[in-house]
Structure formats: C-alpha cells, structure tokens
Ligand binder design. Structure first.
Ligand SMILES: NC(=O)c1ccc[n+]([C@@H]2O[C@H](COP(=O)([O-])OP(=O)(O)OC[C@H]3O[C@@H](n4cnc5c(N)ncnc54)[C@H](O)[C@@H]3O)[C@@H](O)[C@H]2O)c1
Ligand SMILES: O=C(O)C(=O)C[C@@H](O)[C@H](O)[C@H](O)COP(=O)(O)O
Ligand SMILES: [Zn+2]
Length: 360
C-alpha cells in the first residue's frame, strides 16, 4: 500500500492506494467519529463490492446503512441526490455518521455533495472503484450534480476524510471505462508533469493490460499531482483551473449530447484535442506536439474528434463554464507539452475555428 497526504491543514487527509483495501476496515474505522456509516453505491458496483466492504465493517463493530442509486451520468441529478437524503433521514443518521461513497465519479460526486449538505455537513469517505475516480474525482473535494444546462453546476467544495483506492476493483471495469480514466491520467502529464507524459508514452499498453505495477505507479503519480494542486489552491482561485484542461469543450459535448452518451473521459479527450488545436493556432504548440497528444489518445482508445454540434452550439454551451469571468471565456491551453496556462484573450472566431477543425 502507498499513502499520500492531501495537505490541507486541519482538514488534511490520507489517500491509500493498494490491493485488498476493501477488506481493510481498520483504515476506515480509524477515521470514524462514531461507529456508524451510510454507504452510497450504485446498482452495478453494489453487487460487486458492497458485500465485502459491509462484512468487514460490521465485523469491526460498525453499523451500516446502504442506498443503491441507479447507474449512470444521466442520474447525477437532484432527484437521485434526494434518495440519499431519504436514506439518511429515514435511518436517523446523525451529523456524526460518516457517509461512504463506494463507486465511480458519479457516486463520489453525489455522495460528497450529500455529505456537504446533510445537517450542514457530515464526515465523508471516498472509496473509488473506477480508474477515473481513483486518479481524479475522489481527491480534492469537488462535489456536484448536473443541470440540463450545464455540467456540475450545483455543488460544493467538500473534502473527504479518507480516500481508499483498491486497485483490485479495476479488474471488473469495462474497457471503455478504463480508457475514460486514462484521459484524466494523460491530463496530468500534459498540464504539469512532462516526465510522466513520457512514462505514459512508454507504458500505455501496460496500463491497458491492467498490469498492477503500472496501475499503481500511474494512480500514485496522478494522485500526487492532484494533491499538490489542491493543497496549493483548494477552491480554484488560480492553479487548480489547470485540472480543467479539455473540460470546457468536453463539458459542452456531455451537456450538448445529453449526459451519458459520451463518457466524461471521452469528452475530455476530444476537448483536449480542441484545446491543443487552439494552442497550435496561437503559436504555442507545434503541429508535432498536437500529433503526439493525438497518438497517445488513439493508443488509449479515446476519441480525438468531437461530435459535429456546430461551433455556435459549442460556444453557447461553453458560456456556462465555471471559469467564465465578466462574460469572457477563460480556457486552459498548452504552452508546451507538460505546461498549461489559463488564457482569456482568444477571439471567439479563433475558438470556433479550432472547434470546427477538431469535429468529425
Ligand atoms: N470531483 C471531481 O474532481 C471529478 C473529477 C473527474 C470526474 N468527475 C466526475 O466523475 C464522473 C465520471 O466518473 P467515472 O468515470 O468513474 O464514471 P461512473 O461513476 O459513471 O462509473 C463508470 C461506470 O463504471 C461502473 N463501475 C464503477 N466501478 C466499477 C468496477 N470496479 N467494476 C465494474 N464497473 C464499475 C459504474 O457503475 C459506471 O457504470 C463524471 O460525472 C465527472 O463529472 C469529477
Ligand atoms: O478537481 C478539479 O479541479 C478538476 O477540474 C478535475 C476535473 O477532472 C473534473 O472533471 C471536475 O469535476 C471538473 O470541474 P468543474 O469545476 O469544471 O465542474
Ligand atoms: Zn474531469
């Protein structure tokens, strides 16, 4: 097991990454205020992993309540969120009860938001079971639900007390979901870690084959990158926005197509190609750099072209982006491979041209 720390003062928390961690009730127990948890999972992950976690916790003297949500991005809504509150209230969960999110990023984002709201805040633990959730969504405290007009529009910053990433759970993850997780892994290389980018170029097939050593290394290095950024800028006043590479375009794809048709990681990959194309048009990236990013995404089995929604529709959707200031789009672009910046001066016509150039 490897342990990292998210250095947030008196709200600092550990990220444990390793094998067999779902059975390590001691790690969870150590973080509980009272021996009582409410587990939020979904109808796919529950049948796979809830039994083992629940048995280990109960054996450690922890009483467990459970709610299983319908599976999918389309259910990241108010209605589904209410099902968590229904459980918490009907089971008389207290402010000291700990909410555990067991699942991918959808369960984690909704579970975290419920924890932030219930009785104005209850302790929260992330047990991520997708690659994407293990490298990104379980760390850093962004929690949210979607709105038909925009992705993650209603939410809160609310940090977990513990992240427990058991890489054994990745054995059952569908190929397409593994690829979606790789999009966020590659993101860290592109925005701030060129050595990791080179490692990914050399080891991508090992990750696709789920080599445990390669997965451990990539998850640990991704979490290290994310923990550093979050510790420096918890609420995205500056540097944290770089974690949004590809997301302004990508969220437009997800919202424009109706949540769930494209996976989040797929939309981020196509969106990153749009950001790279715009960076090339601004003279920051060479055509070879753009080709290098594209080649890595192709090897990861990720889309490198966006859907043809029309640039006007993309721009209308992108106007809801959370980084917009005084009505102006601020995009995360690449100055070089491994170096990102936020840029608010691109002309709309130039952004539109980059979008059109990357749609098929
Ligand atoms: N909070 C953040 O910082 C942050 C970061 C990145 C993404 N996100 C959000 O995370 C969500 C995407 O997360 P995701 O990619 O994990 O999607 P997801 O939560 O929908 O999970 C993907 C699919 O895999 C299934 N699944 C989960 N674990 C499994 C396992 N071990 N074996 C088999 N199937 C399993 C799920 O039931 C689901 O069908 C999006 O809503 C995105 O906006 C949030
Ligand atoms: O943690 C962050 O900060 C991120 O931006 C990580 C992203 O991968 C993630 O998809 C996040 O939810 C997007 O944030 P949003 O603020 O644009 O909704
Ligand atoms: Zn993301």
């Amino acid at each position: 097991m490897q342990t990292l720390n998210v250095a947030l003062g008196d709200r600092a928390y550990p990220i444990h990454i390793g094998r067999g961690l779902l059975g390590r009730a001691d790690l969870v127990r150590a973080q509980l205020k009272t021996p009582r948890v409410a587990i939020v999972t979904n109808d796919t992950v529950g049948p796979l992993y809830l039994g083992g976690l629940r048995a280990a916790l109960e054996q450690a003297g922890v009483s467990v309540s459970v709610v299983s949500l319908p599976d999918g991005e389309a259910y990241k809504t108010w209605e589904t969120l209410n099902r968590i509150f229904d459980l918490l209230l009907s089971e008389r969960c207290e402010r000291s009860t700990t909410l555990i999110a067991l699942g991918g990023g959808v369960v984690g984002d909704m579970g975290g938001f419920a924890a932030a709201c219930y009785q104005r805040g209850m302790p929260f633990i992330q047990i991520p079971t997708t690659l994407l959730a293990q490298v990104d969504s379980s760390v850093g405290g962004k929690t949210a639900i979607n709105h038909p007009l925009g992705k993650n529009m209603i939410g809160a910053f609310y940090q977990p007390r513990l992240v427990l990433a058991d890489i054994d759970t990745l054995a059952t993850l569908p190929e397409r979901e593994l690829a979606a997780g790789l999009a966020e892994v590659i993101k860290y290389g592109l925005i701030r870690d060129p050595d990791f980018l080179a490692w990914l170029e050399a080891n991508l097939e090992r990750l696709r084959a789920r080599d445990p050593d390669a997965l451990m290394y990539a998850i640990e290095r991704s979490c290290r990158n994310k923990a550093e950024v979050v510790a420096a800028d918890e609420t995205e006043q500056g540097e944290r926005a770089l974690l949004n590479l590809g997301h302004t375009f990508g969220h437009a794809i997800e919202t424009g197509l109706g949540y769930g048709e494209w996976l989040h990681g797929e939309a981020v990959a196509a969106g990153t190609m749009m950001a790279a194309e715009l960076s090339r048009r601004l003279g920051w990236l060479a055509a070879d750099d753009v080709d290098r990013i594209e080649a890595l995404f192709v090897r990861a089995k990720l889309p490198v072209w966006g859907p043809k929604l029309g640039a006007a529709r993309y721009l209308a959707l992108m106007a809801h982006d959370k980084k917009v200031e005084a009505g102006r789009l601020r995009l995360v672009l690449l100055h070089a491979l491994g170096r990102a910046r936020v840029y608010g001066e691109a002309a709309l016509s130039e952004i539109a041209a980059a979008i059109e150039a990357r749609c098929r």
